[in-house]
Design a protein. Sequence first.
Length: 485
Amino acid sequence: MTVLSSGRSRLRSGAPSRSLRFLPASALVLDVAVVVMAVLVAAAGRQTFGIFPSPADVSHHLGTAGPLVVLGWVLTLLVAGAYSPSVFGAGTEEYKLVFNGSMVAAALIGVGCFFADYPLSRGFYFLSFAIGIPTLLLGRFAVRWALHQARRRGSLLHRVLIAGSPAHIDEIAAVLRRERWLGYRVVGALTPAYYLDEETRSGIPVLGNSDDITSVVLESGADVVFIAGGALGSATQMRRLAWDLEHEHVQLVVAPSVTDVSGERIRVRPVGGLPLMHIDPPRATDASRWGKRLFDAFGSAGLILAFSPLFLLAALQIKLHDRGPVLFKQTRVGQDGREFPCLKFRTMVVDAEQRLKELHAQQGYEAGLFKMKDDPRVTKPGRWLRRLSLDELPQLFNVLRGEMSLVGPRPPLPLEVARYEGDTVRRLRVRPGMTGLWQVSGRSDLSWSEAVRLDLYYVDNWSMMQDLSILAKTFGAVFGSRGAY
Protein backbone atom coordinates (compact mmCIF):
# COMPACT_ATOMS: atom_id res chain seq x y z
CA MET A 1 0.00 0.00 0.00
CA THR A 2 1.40 3.40 -0.97
CA VAL A 3 0.31 5.08 2.25
CA LEU A 4 2.18 2.48 4.30
CA SER A 5 5.37 2.83 2.27
CA SER A 6 5.26 6.62 2.47
CA GLY A 7 4.94 6.45 6.25
CA ARG A 8 7.87 4.11 6.95
CA SER A 9 10.41 6.88 7.26
CA ARG A 10 8.27 8.59 9.90
CA LEU A 11 7.76 5.34 11.76
CA ARG A 12 11.45 4.66 12.19
CA SER A 13 12.12 8.18 13.46
CA GLY A 14 11.57 7.05 17.03
CA ALA A 15 12.00 3.47 18.24
CA PRO A 16 10.04 2.13 21.19
CA SER A 17 11.70 3.02 24.49
CA ARG A 18 13.70 -0.04 25.54
CA SER A 19 14.03 1.43 29.02
CA LEU A 20 10.41 0.44 29.65
CA ARG A 21 11.53 -3.19 29.73
CA PHE A 22 13.63 -2.45 32.79
CA LEU A 23 10.81 -0.80 34.75
CA PRO A 24 9.68 -4.01 36.54
CA ALA A 25 13.30 -4.92 37.31
CA SER A 26 13.94 -1.41 38.66
CA ALA A 27 10.87 -1.69 40.89
CA LEU A 28 12.09 -5.09 42.09
CA VAL A 29 15.52 -3.72 43.03
CA LEU A 30 13.90 -0.79 44.86
CA ASP A 31 11.54 -3.09 46.76
CA VAL A 32 14.40 -5.39 47.82
CA ALA A 33 16.32 -2.36 49.11
CA VAL A 34 13.25 -1.12 51.00
CA VAL A 35 12.54 -4.52 52.57
CA VAL A 36 16.20 -4.98 53.61
CA MET A 37 16.17 -1.48 55.13
CA ALA A 38 12.93 -2.24 56.99
CA VAL A 39 14.35 -5.48 58.39
CA LEU A 40 17.57 -3.80 59.59
CA VAL A 41 15.71 -0.85 61.13
CA ALA A 42 13.26 -3.25 62.79
CA ALA A 43 16.13 -5.25 64.33
CA ALA A 44 17.78 -2.09 65.65
CA GLY A 45 14.48 -0.64 66.83
CA ARG A 46 13.45 -3.82 68.64
CA GLN A 47 16.56 -3.71 70.79
CA THR A 48 16.54 0.06 71.28
CA PHE A 49 12.89 0.74 72.10
CA GLY A 50 11.71 -2.62 73.42
CA ILE A 51 8.12 -2.33 72.18
CA PHE A 52 7.13 -5.60 73.84
CA PRO A 53 8.07 -6.65 77.41
CA SER A 54 11.46 -8.24 78.13
CA PRO A 55 13.40 -6.78 75.18
CA ALA A 56 15.80 -9.41 73.91
CA ASP A 57 18.82 -9.40 71.67
CA VAL A 58 17.56 -10.42 68.21
CA SER A 59 20.90 -10.09 66.45
CA HIS A 60 21.61 -13.81 66.68
CA HIS A 61 18.28 -14.50 64.90
CA LEU A 62 18.83 -11.84 62.26
CA GLY A 63 21.22 -13.95 60.21
CA THR A 64 18.51 -16.57 59.72
CA ALA A 65 15.22 -14.71 60.04
CA GLY A 66 16.31 -11.58 58.13
CA PRO A 67 17.05 -13.23 54.77
CA LEU A 68 13.99 -15.45 55.08
CA VAL A 69 11.72 -12.45 55.73
CA VAL A 70 13.23 -10.53 52.79
CA LEU A 71 13.04 -13.48 50.43
CA GLY A 72 9.52 -14.51 51.47
CA TRP A 73 8.23 -10.93 51.28
CA VAL A 74 9.64 -10.22 47.80
CA LEU A 75 8.58 -13.62 46.43
CA THR A 76 5.03 -12.99 47.67
CA LEU A 77 4.97 -9.63 45.87
CA LEU A 78 6.25 -11.36 42.73
CA VAL A 79 3.56 -14.06 42.89
CA ALA A 80 0.89 -11.41 43.59
CA GLY A 81 1.76 -9.71 40.29
CA ALA A 82 3.30 -6.52 41.71
CA TYR A 83 5.97 -6.58 38.96
CA SER A 84 3.69 -7.12 35.99
CA PRO A 85 4.46 -4.45 33.32
CA SER A 86 0.75 -3.60 33.00
CA VAL A 87 0.41 -2.25 36.57
CA PHE A 88 2.95 0.56 36.26
CA GLY A 89 2.05 4.14 35.43
CA ALA A 90 -1.69 4.46 36.08
CA GLY A 91 -4.49 3.33 38.36
CA THR A 92 -4.48 2.00 41.90
CA GLU A 93 -3.87 -1.66 41.02
CA GLU A 94 -0.12 -1.38 41.66
CA TYR A 95 -0.62 -0.06 45.19
CA LYS A 96 -3.29 -2.67 45.93
CA LEU A 97 -1.00 -5.50 44.81
CA VAL A 98 1.91 -4.20 46.92
CA PHE A 99 -0.27 -3.74 49.99
CA ASN A 100 -2.17 -7.03 49.67
CA GLY A 101 1.00 -8.95 48.82
CA SER A 102 2.74 -7.52 51.88
CA MET A 103 -0.17 -8.46 54.14
CA VAL A 104 -0.14 -12.00 52.75
CA ALA A 105 3.62 -12.16 53.34
CA ALA A 106 3.11 -11.03 56.93
CA ALA A 107 0.45 -13.70 57.47
CA LEU A 108 2.54 -16.48 55.90
CA ILE A 109 5.65 -15.57 57.90
CA GLY A 110 3.66 -15.40 61.15
CA VAL A 111 1.90 -18.72 60.54
CA GLY A 112 5.14 -20.34 59.36
CA CYS A 113 7.01 -19.32 62.51
CA PHE A 114 4.11 -20.62 64.63
CA PHE A 115 4.05 -24.06 63.03
CA ALA A 116 7.87 -24.30 62.91
CA ASP A 117 8.03 -23.19 66.55
CA TYR A 118 10.58 -20.55 65.56
CA PRO A 119 11.15 -17.91 68.29
CA LEU A 120 10.79 -14.85 66.03
CA SER A 121 10.72 -11.63 68.03
CA ARG A 122 7.25 -10.09 68.01
CA GLY A 123 8.71 -6.58 68.08
CA PHE A 124 10.98 -7.35 65.13
CA TYR A 125 8.07 -8.88 63.22
CA PHE A 126 5.75 -5.94 63.93
CA LEU A 127 8.31 -3.24 63.13
CA SER A 128 9.42 -4.91 59.90
CA PHE A 129 5.98 -4.69 58.35
CA ALA A 130 4.91 -1.46 60.06
CA ILE A 131 7.94 0.26 58.53
CA GLY A 132 8.21 -1.72 55.32
CA ILE A 133 4.65 -1.51 53.95
CA PRO A 134 4.30 2.31 54.01
CA THR A 135 7.85 2.68 52.68
CA LEU A 136 7.14 0.26 49.82
CA LEU A 137 4.07 2.28 48.87
CA LEU A 138 6.03 5.53 49.03
CA GLY A 139 8.75 3.99 46.87
CA ARG A 140 6.21 2.94 44.24
CA PHE A 141 4.70 6.44 44.36
CA ALA A 142 8.17 7.92 43.75
CA VAL A 143 8.74 5.57 40.80
CA ARG A 144 5.38 6.55 39.31
CA TRP A 145 6.07 10.26 39.79
CA ALA A 146 9.45 9.92 38.06
CA LEU A 147 7.83 7.91 35.25
CA HIS A 148 5.16 10.58 34.69
CA GLN A 149 7.75 13.35 34.65
CA ALA A 150 9.85 11.46 32.11
CA ARG A 151 6.82 10.88 29.89
CA ARG A 152 5.87 14.55 29.99
CA ARG A 153 9.38 15.27 28.71
CA GLY A 154 8.93 12.78 25.87
CA SER A 155 10.81 9.77 27.30
CA LEU A 156 9.73 6.22 28.18
CA LEU A 157 6.88 6.26 25.67
CA HIS A 158 4.86 3.45 24.11
CA ARG A 159 4.46 3.56 20.33
CA VAL A 160 0.75 3.24 19.56
CA LEU A 161 -1.26 2.27 16.50
CA ILE A 162 -5.00 2.95 16.54
CA ALA A 163 -7.31 0.88 14.34
CA GLY A 164 -10.89 1.92 13.70
CA SER A 165 -13.05 4.47 11.96
CA PRO A 166 -11.39 7.90 11.49
CA ALA A 167 -13.75 9.59 13.97
CA HIS A 168 -13.02 7.03 16.70
CA ILE A 169 -9.29 7.23 15.99
CA ASP A 170 -9.22 11.01 16.40
CA GLU A 171 -11.27 10.81 19.59
CA ILE A 172 -8.92 8.32 21.23
CA ALA A 173 -5.84 10.16 20.00
CA ALA A 174 -7.12 13.41 21.54
CA VAL A 175 -7.40 11.73 24.94
CA LEU A 176 -3.91 10.19 24.68
CA ARG A 177 -2.38 13.54 23.68
CA ARG A 178 -4.14 15.31 26.52
CA GLU A 179 -3.04 12.78 29.14
CA ARG A 180 0.66 12.75 28.26
CA TRP A 181 1.60 11.11 31.55
CA LEU A 182 0.09 7.86 30.25
CA GLY A 183 3.06 7.58 27.89
CA TYR A 184 1.24 6.73 24.66
CA ARG A 185 2.69 8.21 21.47
CA VAL A 186 0.36 7.71 18.51
CA VAL A 187 2.44 6.87 15.43
CA GLY A 188 -0.24 5.88 12.97
CA ALA A 189 -3.77 4.81 12.19
CA LEU A 190 -5.39 1.83 10.51
CA THR A 191 -8.71 2.65 8.87
CA PRO A 192 -11.40 0.71 6.97
CA ALA A 193 -10.59 -0.06 3.34
CA TYR A 194 -13.03 2.57 2.04
CA TYR A 195 -11.08 5.40 3.69
CA LEU A 196 -8.51 6.58 1.14
CA ASP A 197 -7.04 9.71 2.75
CA GLU A 198 -3.41 9.65 3.89
CA GLU A 199 -4.23 11.31 7.22
CA THR A 200 -7.14 11.56 9.59
CA ARG A 201 -8.67 14.96 10.34
CA SER A 202 -6.38 15.46 13.35
CA GLY A 203 -3.28 14.70 11.27
CA ILE A 204 -2.56 11.08 12.21
CA PRO A 205 -0.90 9.26 9.26
CA VAL A 206 -2.89 6.35 7.84
CA LEU A 207 -0.48 3.41 7.55
CA GLY A 208 -2.86 0.80 6.20
CA ASN A 209 -6.36 -0.57 6.55
CA SER A 210 -7.86 -2.59 9.34
CA ASP A 211 -7.26 -5.88 7.56
CA ASP A 212 -3.49 -5.30 7.70
CA ILE A 213 -3.12 -4.83 11.47
CA THR A 214 -0.63 -7.63 12.05
CA SER A 215 1.67 -6.72 9.16
CA VAL A 216 1.61 -2.99 9.96
CA VAL A 217 2.37 -3.65 13.64
CA LEU A 218 5.41 -5.74 12.70
CA GLU A 219 6.53 -3.16 10.13
CA SER A 220 6.12 -0.17 12.43
CA GLY A 221 7.63 -1.63 15.60
CA ALA A 222 4.61 -0.48 17.63
CA ASP A 223 4.24 -2.02 21.06
CA VAL A 224 0.58 -1.12 21.70
CA VAL A 225 -2.45 -1.49 19.40
CA PHE A 226 -5.74 0.21 20.23
CA ILE A 227 -8.80 -1.43 18.66
CA ALA A 228 -11.51 1.22 18.33
CA GLY A 229 -15.01 1.14 16.87
CA GLY A 230 -15.13 0.12 13.20
CA ALA A 231 -11.80 -1.70 13.24
CA LEU A 232 -12.97 -5.31 13.09
CA GLY A 233 -16.11 -6.86 11.73
CA SER A 234 -16.43 -9.85 14.06
CA ALA A 235 -15.23 -11.45 17.28
CA THR A 236 -13.44 -14.06 15.16
CA GLN A 237 -11.18 -11.37 13.69
CA MET A 238 -10.34 -10.15 17.18
CA ARG A 239 -9.46 -13.65 18.34
CA ARG A 240 -7.24 -14.26 15.31
CA LEU A 241 -5.50 -10.93 15.82
CA ALA A 242 -4.69 -11.89 19.41
CA TRP A 243 -3.28 -15.20 18.12
CA ASP A 244 -1.14 -13.40 15.54
CA LEU A 245 0.33 -11.03 18.12
CA GLU A 246 0.74 -13.43 21.04
CA HIS A 247 4.50 -13.88 20.47
CA GLU A 248 5.30 -10.32 19.36
CA HIS A 249 5.29 -8.58 22.79
CA VAL A 250 2.55 -6.25 21.56
CA GLN A 251 -0.15 -5.10 23.95
CA LEU A 252 -3.68 -5.30 22.56
CA VAL A 253 -6.11 -2.72 23.98
CA VAL A 254 -9.81 -2.58 23.15
CA ALA A 255 -11.03 1.03 23.36
CA PRO A 256 -14.85 1.15 23.55
CA SER A 257 -16.76 4.34 22.78
CA VAL A 258 -16.81 5.29 26.46
CA THR A 259 -14.93 8.36 27.68
CA ASP A 260 -14.88 10.43 30.88
CA VAL A 261 -16.22 7.56 33.01
CA SER A 262 -14.27 6.71 36.16
CA GLY A 263 -13.12 3.16 36.84
CA GLU A 264 -15.40 2.97 39.91
CA ARG A 265 -18.45 3.14 37.61
CA ILE A 266 -17.26 0.39 35.25
CA ARG A 267 -17.59 -3.34 35.89
CA VAL A 268 -16.66 -6.03 33.36
CA ARG A 269 -18.54 -9.31 33.70
CA PRO A 270 -17.74 -12.14 31.27
CA VAL A 271 -20.88 -14.04 30.31
CA GLY A 272 -20.45 -17.11 28.12
CA GLY A 273 -17.05 -15.87 26.96
CA LEU A 274 -18.48 -12.43 26.11
CA PRO A 275 -17.01 -9.63 28.28
CA LEU A 276 -19.90 -7.27 29.07
CA MET A 277 -19.15 -3.77 30.34
CA HIS A 278 -21.61 -2.51 32.94
CA ILE A 279 -21.61 1.27 33.54
CA ASP A 280 -23.19 2.58 36.74
CA PRO A 281 -25.39 5.72 36.52
CA PRO A 282 -23.78 9.17 36.97
CA ARG A 283 -23.25 10.17 40.60
CA ALA A 284 -24.47 13.77 40.60
CA THR A 285 -27.15 13.00 43.20
CA ASP A 286 -24.56 11.39 45.50
CA ALA A 287 -22.68 14.70 45.62
CA SER A 288 -25.72 16.36 47.23
CA ARG A 289 -26.24 13.96 50.10
CA TRP A 290 -25.80 14.63 53.81
CA GLY A 291 -22.31 13.08 54.05
CA LYS A 292 -20.72 15.64 51.74
CA ARG A 293 -22.72 18.46 53.36
CA LEU A 294 -21.57 17.41 56.84
CA PHE A 295 -17.97 17.30 55.64
CA ASP A 296 -18.35 20.79 54.13
CA ALA A 297 -19.86 22.26 57.29
CA PHE A 298 -17.22 20.94 59.68
CA GLY A 299 -14.40 21.53 57.19
CA SER A 300 -15.31 25.15 56.48
CA ALA A 301 -15.77 25.93 60.19
CA GLY A 302 -12.36 24.48 61.00
CA LEU A 303 -10.67 26.34 58.12
CA ILE A 304 -12.26 29.65 59.15
CA LEU A 305 -10.73 29.27 62.60
CA ALA A 306 -7.36 28.18 61.19
CA PHE A 307 -7.15 31.04 58.68
CA SER A 308 -8.50 33.78 60.96
CA PRO A 309 -5.07 35.53 61.14
CA LEU A 310 -4.97 35.63 57.32
CA PHE A 311 -8.49 37.08 57.26
CA LEU A 312 -7.34 39.90 59.53
CA LEU A 313 -4.11 40.58 57.58
CA ALA A 314 -5.86 40.66 54.20
CA ALA A 315 -8.67 42.89 55.48
CA LEU A 316 -6.18 45.43 56.90
CA GLN A 317 -4.14 45.61 53.69
CA ILE A 318 -7.20 46.08 51.48
CA LYS A 319 -8.68 48.77 53.73
CA LEU A 320 -5.43 50.69 54.10
CA HIS A 321 -4.71 50.62 50.34
CA ASP A 322 -7.65 52.69 49.06
CA ARG A 323 -10.16 52.86 51.95
CA GLY A 324 -12.65 50.88 49.86
CA PRO A 325 -14.77 47.92 51.01
CA VAL A 326 -12.93 44.80 52.14
CA LEU A 327 -15.33 42.28 50.66
CA PHE A 328 -16.60 42.01 47.11
CA LYS A 329 -20.03 40.46 46.65
CA GLN A 330 -20.90 39.10 43.24
CA THR A 331 -24.05 37.29 42.18
CA ARG A 332 -23.22 33.75 41.14
CA VAL A 333 -25.32 30.76 40.11
CA GLY A 334 -25.37 27.75 42.41
CA GLN A 335 -26.95 24.31 42.44
CA ASP A 336 -30.02 23.94 40.20
CA GLY A 337 -29.68 27.52 38.97
CA ARG A 338 -30.21 29.24 42.34
CA GLU A 339 -28.39 32.58 42.61
CA PHE A 340 -26.43 33.63 45.71
CA PRO A 341 -23.96 36.38 46.75
CA CYS A 342 -20.46 34.92 46.36
CA LEU A 343 -17.95 36.47 48.78
CA LYS A 344 -14.35 37.37 47.96
CA PHE A 345 -11.73 39.74 49.25
CA ARG A 346 -11.77 42.75 46.96
CA THR A 347 -8.68 42.55 44.72
CA MET A 348 -9.68 45.12 42.09
CA VAL A 349 -10.33 48.83 41.98
CA VAL A 350 -13.74 49.97 43.19
CA ASP A 351 -15.07 50.65 39.65
CA ALA A 352 -13.84 47.31 38.23
CA GLU A 353 -17.28 46.30 36.93
CA GLN A 354 -17.62 49.54 34.96
CA ARG A 355 -14.28 48.88 33.21
CA LEU A 356 -15.21 45.30 32.29
CA LYS A 357 -16.99 46.06 28.99
CA GLU A 358 -13.95 47.97 27.75
CA LEU A 359 -11.69 45.01 28.53
CA HIS A 360 -14.13 42.63 26.79
CA ALA A 361 -13.82 44.68 23.63
CA GLN A 362 -10.01 44.83 23.86
CA GLN A 363 -9.60 41.09 24.43
CA GLY A 364 -12.23 39.94 21.91
CA TYR A 365 -14.22 38.16 24.62
CA GLU A 366 -17.30 36.26 23.40
CA ALA A 367 -18.28 33.59 25.92
CA GLY A 368 -17.05 31.47 28.82
CA LEU A 369 -14.95 32.46 31.81
CA PHE A 370 -13.17 35.80 31.35
CA LYS A 371 -9.67 36.05 32.82
CA MET A 372 -6.59 37.86 31.63
CA LYS A 373 -3.01 38.18 32.72
CA ASP A 374 -1.86 41.57 34.03
CA ASP A 375 -5.44 42.78 34.48
CA PRO A 376 -5.08 46.58 34.99
CA ARG A 377 -7.98 46.57 37.47
CA VAL A 378 -6.09 44.47 40.05
CA THR A 379 -4.79 46.42 43.06
CA LYS A 380 -1.39 45.97 44.70
CA PRO A 381 -2.65 43.87 47.66
CA GLY A 382 -4.92 42.09 45.21
CA ARG A 383 -1.95 40.68 43.29
CA TRP A 384 -0.56 38.62 46.14
CA LEU A 385 -4.03 37.63 47.30
CA ARG A 386 -4.82 36.28 43.82
CA ARG A 387 -1.42 34.65 43.40
CA LEU A 388 -2.06 32.52 46.48
CA SER A 389 -5.85 32.33 45.92
CA LEU A 390 -6.37 33.94 49.32
CA ASP A 391 -8.96 36.27 47.81
CA GLU A 392 -11.37 33.34 47.84
CA LEU A 393 -11.08 32.59 51.57
CA PRO A 394 -14.35 34.41 52.42
CA GLN A 395 -16.16 31.78 50.34
CA LEU A 396 -15.70 29.52 53.36
CA PHE A 397 -18.71 31.39 54.77
CA ASN A 398 -20.65 30.51 51.59
CA VAL A 399 -19.73 26.88 52.23
CA LEU A 400 -20.81 27.12 55.86
CA ARG A 401 -24.19 28.56 54.76
CA GLY A 402 -24.71 25.71 52.27
CA GLU A 403 -24.50 27.84 49.13
CA MET A 404 -21.20 26.28 48.07
CA SER A 405 -19.08 23.21 48.73
CA LEU A 406 -15.37 22.88 49.45
CA VAL A 407 -15.01 20.92 46.17
CA GLY A 408 -17.05 21.30 43.01
CA PRO A 409 -17.33 23.26 39.74
CA ARG A 410 -16.58 26.96 40.01
CA PRO A 411 -19.72 29.11 40.55
CA PRO A 412 -20.55 30.78 37.21
CA LEU A 413 -21.95 34.24 36.56
CA PRO A 414 -25.59 34.55 35.44
CA LEU A 415 -24.31 35.94 32.11
CA GLU A 416 -22.21 32.80 31.58
CA VAL A 417 -25.11 30.50 32.45
CA ALA A 418 -27.34 32.30 29.94
CA ARG A 419 -24.84 31.36 27.23
CA TYR A 420 -24.51 27.71 28.24
CA GLU A 421 -25.04 25.31 25.37
CA GLY A 422 -25.83 21.62 25.32
CA ASP A 423 -24.36 19.58 28.17
CA THR A 424 -22.67 22.51 29.93
CA VAL A 425 -25.76 23.05 32.09
CA ARG A 426 -24.95 19.78 33.92
CA ARG A 427 -22.35 21.77 35.86
CA LEU A 428 -25.28 23.10 37.91
CA ARG A 429 -26.36 19.65 39.14
CA VAL A 430 -24.12 19.99 42.23
CA ARG A 431 -23.11 22.77 44.60
CA PRO A 432 -20.30 24.93 43.19
CA GLY A 433 -16.96 24.59 44.95
CA MET A 434 -14.07 26.70 46.20
CA THR A 435 -11.75 24.33 44.37
CA GLY A 436 -12.36 21.68 41.78
CA LEU A 437 -10.92 19.26 39.30
CA TRP A 438 -10.05 21.83 36.66
CA GLN A 439 -8.43 24.16 39.20
CA VAL A 440 -5.89 21.48 40.18
CA SER A 441 -5.40 20.50 36.52
CA GLY A 442 -4.13 23.82 35.24
CA ARG A 443 -6.50 26.49 36.55
CA SER A 444 -6.64 29.51 34.20
CA ASP A 445 -4.19 27.91 31.75
CA LEU A 446 -6.95 25.54 30.55
CA SER A 447 -9.31 26.36 27.71
CA TRP A 448 -13.00 26.87 28.43
CA SER A 449 -13.98 23.60 26.72
CA GLU A 450 -11.38 21.65 28.72
CA ALA A 451 -12.56 23.24 31.98
CA VAL A 452 -16.16 22.25 31.17
CA ARG A 453 -15.08 18.70 30.34
CA LEU A 454 -13.33 18.34 33.70
CA ASP A 455 -16.30 19.80 35.58
CA LEU A 456 -18.70 17.37 33.87
CA TYR A 457 -16.34 14.51 34.70
CA TYR A 458 -16.45 15.57 38.35
CA VAL A 459 -20.26 15.81 38.37
CA ASP A 460 -20.76 12.38 36.78
CA ASN A 461 -18.03 10.56 38.73
CA TRP A 462 -18.20 12.14 42.17
CA SER A 463 -16.73 10.30 45.14
CA MET A 464 -15.57 11.34 48.59
CA MET A 465 -12.08 10.02 47.86
CA GLN A 466 -11.92 12.21 44.76
CA ASP A 467 -12.89 15.24 46.89
CA LEU A 468 -10.10 14.48 49.36
CA SER A 469 -7.62 14.01 46.50
CA ILE A 470 -8.61 17.37 44.95
CA LEU A 471 -8.25 19.14 48.30
CA ALA A 472 -4.77 17.67 48.72
CA LYS A 473 -3.74 18.71 45.20
CA THR A 474 -5.13 22.21 45.75
CA PHE A 475 -2.27 23.06 48.09
CA GLY A 476 0.26 22.15 45.39
CA ALA A 477 -1.57 24.16 42.73
CA VAL A 478 -1.96 27.19 45.04
CA PHE A 479 1.59 27.27 46.42
CA GLY A 480 2.98 26.55 42.95
CA SER A 481 0.90 29.50 41.68
CA ARG A 482 0.27 27.59 38.47
CA GLY A 483 -2.29 29.27 36.26
CA ALA A 484 -3.32 31.80 38.90
CA TYR A 485 -3.76 35.43 37.88
